[in-house]
Design a protein around this ligand. Structure first.
Ligand SMILES: [Zn+2]
Length: 251
C-alpha cells in the first residue's frame, strides 16, 4: 500500500515573533525524484522567507513571486548538479541529465505558452464573454501552435487548462517560472562555475524580501533584466546538459 507522508517543514526562528509567523510548508512526500525536487523547491521559498524575516521589517519580509521563484529554482538546479556528481552509474547520470533538460521544456517552453494563452484570454475578455468553449478552443489552438501538427491530441486535451489553477487564480504567474529558470541557471553558473557571485552576495539576496523593486534586487545577483543577453545566458546549464548527455551516450 502506498504510504503518504505528510511532511511539515518547520524552521523555528530565534527571534521573538511579534506580528509575523513561522516558516513552514505542507507537502506530500513518497521519496521519489519528483518529491525530492518539490521538497527542495519549497525549501527555497522557506529559506528565502526565513532570511528575509531576520533582516527586514514585517512589511518587507515577503518576497515577490518574481524573486522567490529564482531562489527555489536555483535549489532545483543545485540538487540536480549534486545528484549528477554523486551518481554511481551511467544510467543514473542519463536520468538526471534528462530530467534537467525536461525542466527547461516544462518550465521555459510550456510556461511561456501559458503566458501567451493568458494574454490571449485577457484580450478576448475585452471584446466577448469568456465561456468554457472559448477558453478551451483558445487553449487547443495554443497547444497546436507550440506542439505542431505531428502530435496526436486526445479528445479531452482542450480542457487541460482547467487543472492549471495558476491561470485563473492569479494574474500573469506562469511567466515567472520561465524567467525564474533562466535567471536561476545564470545564478548557478556564476556560483558554481564562473565564481562571479559569492555566497555572501547570494545570502544578501535571500535576505532582501521585498525591500526594493524586483528588478533592483536581482542586481545583487549581477543580473540585469533589461540586458537582452540574459535569455541566452540562461540557457547555459541546458547547453552543458546536452553536451554532457551527448558524451555519455557516446561512451
Ligand atoms: Zn515556487
Amino acid at each position: 500500500m502506498e504510504r503518504f507522508l505528510f511532511t511539515q517543514i518547520y524552521l523555528q526562528t530565534h527571534q521573538a515573533l511579534t506580528f509575523s509567523w513561522h516558516t513552514y510548508s505542507f507537502l506530500n512526500f513518497k521519496g521519489s525524484y519528483n518529491d525530492i525536487k518539490n521538497l527542495i523547491h519549497e525549501l527555497g521559498h522557506i529559506v528565502n522567507y526565513y532570511f528575509s524575516m531576520q533582516k527586514q521589517p514585517f512589511f518587507y519580509e515577503d518576497s515577490t513571486i518574481f524573486v522567490s521563484e529564482i531562489t527555489s529554482i536555483v535549489n532545483e538546479i543545485l540538487l540536480n548538479r549534486y545528484l549528477l556528481k554523486t551518481a554511481s552509474s551511467k544510467e543514473e547520470k542519463i536520468f538526471y541529465l534528462s530530467k534537467e533538460i525536461e525542466n527547461y521544456i516544462t518550465t521555459v517552453f510550456k510556461q511561456t505558452m501559458y503566458t501567451e494563452l493568458e494574454e490571449k484570454w485577457y484580450n478576448t475578455k475585452t471584446q466577448e464573454s469568456l465561456t468554457v468553449k472559448t477558453l478551451s478552443d483558445t487553449y487547443f489552438n495554443m497547444l497546436k501552435k507550440y506542439y505542431g501538427s505531428n502530435i496526436i491530441y486526445e479528445d479531452i486535451t482542450n480542457i487541460e487548462w482547467t487543472r492549471l489553477g495558476h491561470l485563473y487564480r492569479f494574474c500573469y504567474y506562469p511567466y515567472k517560472y520561465a524567467t525564474g529558470l533562466l535567471m536561476a541557471s545564470t545564478v548557478v553558473t556564476s556560483l558554481l562555475y564562473n565564481h562571479t557571485l559569492t555566497k555572501e552576495e547570494y545570502i544578501t539576496f535571500l535576505s532582501s524580501g521585498s525591500s526594493n523593486y524586483s528588478l533592483e534586487l536581482i542586481k545583487i545577483l549581477h543580473l540585469d533584466f533589461k540586458d537582452s543577453n540574459i535569455i541566452n545566458q540562461g540557457f547555459e546549464i541546458l547547453k552543458k546538459d546536452i553536451e554532457e548527455l551527448k558524451e555519455l551516450i557516446k561512451e
